[in-house]
Design a protein around this ligand. Structure first.
Ligand SMILES: *[C@@H]1O[C@H](CO)[C@@H](O)[C@H](O)[C@H]1NC(C)=O
Ligand SMILES: *[C@@H]1O[C@H](CO)[C@@H](O)[C@H](O)[C@H]1NC(C)=O
Length: 263
């Protein structure tokens, strides 16, 4: 592994980042026991004790329009990327620069990954898939842009990634071990869409350690995906996570979801 691919490896393993930092190995989690995450390890305590957990159901009649919110300001310059999985989800780690600015704070693009079916729900409806574009500040605060997918036309990003997805699926899941495939070119144009409307709320990571330092922006526009593309996303995952890798919705505990209406 050369130095640039080991940098990618670290980006790729963001879910396992805390494992690398801590001297002891944190327990592997799966979607079959989401209710037990909080008691698996002290570092995972927020998963059960937290008061602003994600995902949530967004009741669209109950959102608050906020006129001072701004469109999502994003600048991405991506060259290469790596497709990878730890068996829980399928992820793209980016080689390049990207930033999302929220309330004057800069969050750098780290990776994006898919959940099948969706984690967030709109009016109780769970969609076939959800994409999370994960950004973080240098001091570790996160901003995630979530995009829901319903069945329809193929998603162009997944059409582009088909060869790498097939390659990744060739190696079977090995108990949380990282597997990766290089994506020689990943144009920023795929991420340049300027979504206007979105829902915003304060939440958490949807996997252990369930850190409560995430600003969520869930786009109101539902995109489309095919059944084959969903199967390709699931193929590299460990068995329980193939069935689903979506955490159930969490209580709002008084949180209000805000909406940016695009003006
Ligand atoms: C409305 O949005 C602005 C900009 O994001 C934010 O600073 C403010 O706290 C929000 N208003 C309320 C009532 O939450
Ligand atoms: C992208 O990857 C290719 C193949 O590994 C490499 O030759 C090229 O320099 C990379 N480009 C950038 C901008 O990192």
């Amino acid at each position: 592994m050369n130095s640039s691919s080991s940098t990618l490896f670290l980006l790729c393993a963001s879910l396992l980042f805390f494992v690398a930092l801590a001297s002891e190995k944190l327990p592997e989690f799966s979607s079959s026991n989401t209710e037990k995450w909080g008691s698996m390890h002290p570092n995972y305590a927020a998963c059960s004790k937290g008061k602003r957990q994600s995902p949530i159901n967004i009741n669209t009649n109950d959102v608050v329009a906020n006129k001072t919110m701004k469109p999502l300001s994003r600048k991405y310059h991506i060259y290469n990327a790596t497709l990878c999985t730890d068996g829980y989800d399928t992820e793209v780690a980016f080689n390049g620069r990207g930033e999302l600015i929220i309330d004057g704070r800069t969050y750098k693009l780290k990776q994006m990954h898919w959940h099948t079916p969706s984690e967030h729900r709109l009016n109780g409806v769970q969609y076939p898939a959800e994409l999370h574009q994960v950004h973080a500040t240098d001091d570790g605060n996160r901003a995630v842009v979530a995009i829901l997918f319903e069945y329809g036309k193929p998603d162009p990003v997944l059409t582009m990634l088909k060869p790498q997805l097939n390659e990744l699926a060739k190696e079977p899941c090995q108990g949380g071990l990282e597997r990766q495939v290089a994506i020689p070119w990943f144009g920023s144009s795929f991420l340049k869409k300027r979504p206007r409307k979105y829902y915003r709320y304060p939440g958490s990571l949807t996997t252990p350690p369930c850190d409560e330092n995430v600003i969520w922006s869930v786009l109101t526009k539902v995109e489309s995906i095919t059944k084959d593309q969903i199967e390709a996303l699931k193929a590299p995952l460990c068995e329980a996570n193939k069935i689903k890798n979506a955490r159930p919705t969490q209580p709002l505990n008084g949180r209000k979801v805000q909406k940016y209406d695009g003006k």
